[in-house]
Design a protein around this ligand. Structure first.
Ligand SMILES: [Zn+2]
Length: 260
């Protein structure tokens, strides 16, 4: 294929934009798969579950305490009524004996219930402080996650804006390159990330393999508008060590021929 060398060189600009686009895509994918993000979400879920369990334990303990308190109240009332019966003077000696024995048993029962209540209160205190600490950790984890989310959203926004810019640059570049050349480039680019590279000395800018002096003979003798391909990697090889600006006069055309 033949194409103006200056059009060929534009492929290098196209390649630079495509390389940029591929790097932007990689950055975007890396952000989407960020493991620290999943870890922060997991930590939040674990802590929230723990807080819910502790909250349930606290409600159970409150019910137990309430039950013990109600029982204490019943025992106290019963003891009061027994004492009132004893003080009334209406009870027989046998009844008094029975009441006395019941009062002793009620006192023991009350002592046991009060011990139980103290134990329940202590457990409640422990669960309550653990719940407060867990809720604090939940808030902290939620803030960490929200920060990470905001940070990621910001980075994604930046990447998306850069991508949009690069795409319009690419479009503008491609318009100024002959279709046949762009088609060739696209065909190669579909197979490999680098479709056009500079020939630097004897080295291909894509695969970095240095050509032997023998390999250089056809390259050097190729007409200036011949589209060259790297034998190793298949990319379009662009000669840049030739005049940098498009010749406009016959004299510079002559100048150009010296390099071919
Ligand atoms: Zn190569």
């Amino acid at each position: 294929m033949k194409a103006d060398l200056f059009d060929q060189r534009r492929l290098l600009e196209l390649q630079a934009v495509d390389t940029q686009l591929s790097q932007l895509g990689q950055r975007r994918r890396k952000l989407d798969a960020d493991p620290t993000f999943a870890a922060a979400g997991q930590r939040l879920r674990v802590l929230a579950d723990k807080a819910a369990n502790l909250s349930g334990d606290l409600a159970d303990l409150d019910r137990d305490i309430e039950r013990v308190e109600r029982e204490v109240e019943l025992v106290t009332k019963r003891a009061e009524s027994d004492r009132a019966r004893m003080a009334s003077g209406a009870a027989t000696a046998k009844e008094l004996e029975g009441l006395q024995s019941e009062l002793e048993s009620l006192a023991r029962r009350q002592g046991t219930l009060e011990d139980d209540e103290i134990e329940l209160m202590e457990r409640r205190e422990g669960v309550e402080s653990e719940l407060a600490e867990t809720r604090r950790q939940v808030e902290e984890a939620r803030a960490v996650l929200a920060d990470a989310e905001a940070d990621r959203a910001g980075q994604i926004g930046g990447i998306d804006a850069e991508t949009a810019d690069a795409r319009s640059t690419r479009e503008a570049l491609a318009i100024n390159i002959p279709d046949r050349l762009v088609e060739l480039y696209e065909r190669i680019h579909a197979k490999q990330p680098v479709a056009a590279a500079e020939l630097v000395g004897r080295r291909c800018g894509s695969c970095r393999i240095e050509k032997s002096p023998a390999d250089m003979i056809p390259i050097k003798s190729a007409p200036i508008d011949e589209v060259l391909r790297c034998e190793e990697c298949g990319c379009v090889l662009i000669r840049t060590e030739l005049p940098q600006s498009k010749p406009t006069t016959l004299a510079s055309e002559e100048e150009l021929k010296k390099y071919t």
